[in-house]
Design a protein around this ligand. Structure first.
Ligand code: DGL
Length: 271
């Protein structure tokens, strides 16, 4: 039955686990299959055409797992390949950028929003376009923070190097009188405490994963795809490589233990 199929969630690596976590708490009865393309992370420094190609293969892997909907738990893919994925697959596909942009516009009081993300997301002006489409009067200030991804993957969530790098990256945003800052990369919620401390308590942080989980719920409503189960959903984790320390860092992202992570061969995905 369509309703009892799992939801697929993917990211370039393990950053999408911050979104997975939100989906699992918003939709606890749903089965979820997660795929992290850990063999090819980062996507954020790659061209749009490469990101599209990888995203197609990641989504096809999930489709082969018989998913009823896909959440693209990656801002880079959402910014470069969402339309392409929707053209190629018939299941509902939910990205993180529109939900994140909507929640930022709702949050701002002074109409000045900062956005941080990978080079690709910022280069694509993904948030600026969506925010302006919702409210053209809002001013958007974007900044690529590529070093945040390896810091999060290293688990340096409170390290002094993280404070230093955050200080450097956020310096110009601090002078721009923003009252809202979008964490436009699914790795960044892990560094939220440091980012909040550096940018100041008067700036509200937006985690697009929270908004994306709500958007996934709305899509399941719209297509009448909610599972009828009363029990907690099953969760499966697949990655294209298992780096050293992987389980430890993945559990940090997820905030709990993971029983099993299965490795899939990249060749099986790319054929
Ligand atoms: N998690 C990805 C995102 O949300 C960034 C990681 C990468 O560069 O692959 O953009």
């Amino acid at each position: 039955m369509e309703k009892e199929k799992p939801i697929g969630v993917f990211d370039s690596g393990i950053g999408g686990l911050t979104v997975f976590k939100r989906i699992a708490s918003t939709l606890p009865q749903e089965d979820i299959v997660y795929f992290g393309d850990t063999a090819r992370v980062p996507y954020g420094s790659k061209s749009n055409s490469t990101v599209k190609e990888y995203a197609f293969q990641d989504a096809r892997f999930l489709i082969n797992k018989n998913v009823k909907a896909i959440v693209v738990a990656c801002n880079t893919v959402s910014s470069a390949a969402l339309r392409y994925l929707r053209e190629n697959f018939s299941v509902p596909i939910i990205g993180v950028i529109v939900p994140g942009a909507e929640s930022a516009v709702r949050a701002t009081q002074n109409g000045r929003i900062g956005v941080i993300g990978t080079r690709a997301t910022i280069g694509n002006k993904a948030y600026a376009k969506e925010i302006k489409a919702i409210n053209p009067r809002v001013e958007v200030f974007e900044k690529a923070c590529p070093l945040f991804v390896p810091l999060a993957e290293e688990g340096w969530i409170k390290h002094k190097a993280t404070y230093e790098i955050a200080g450097e990256y956020l310096k110009e945003l601090k002078d721009l009188d923003i009252d809202t800052l979008v964490l436009g990369c699914t790795h960044y919620p892990l560094l939220a405490d440091v980012i909040q401390e550096v940018i100041g308590d008067n700036v509200k942080l937006i985690d697009s994963g929270i908004a994306a989980a709500e958007a996934a719920k709305t899509e399941l409503d719209r297509y009448d795809l909610h599972s009828n189960k009363y029990s907690l959903g099953n969760q499966e984790f697949y990655v294209s490589d298992i780096p050293v320390k992987f389980k430890e860092v993945a559990e940090l992202f997820l905030g709990r233990k993971i029983k099993q992570i299965q490795k899939v061969d990249l060749e099986a995905i790319t054929v």
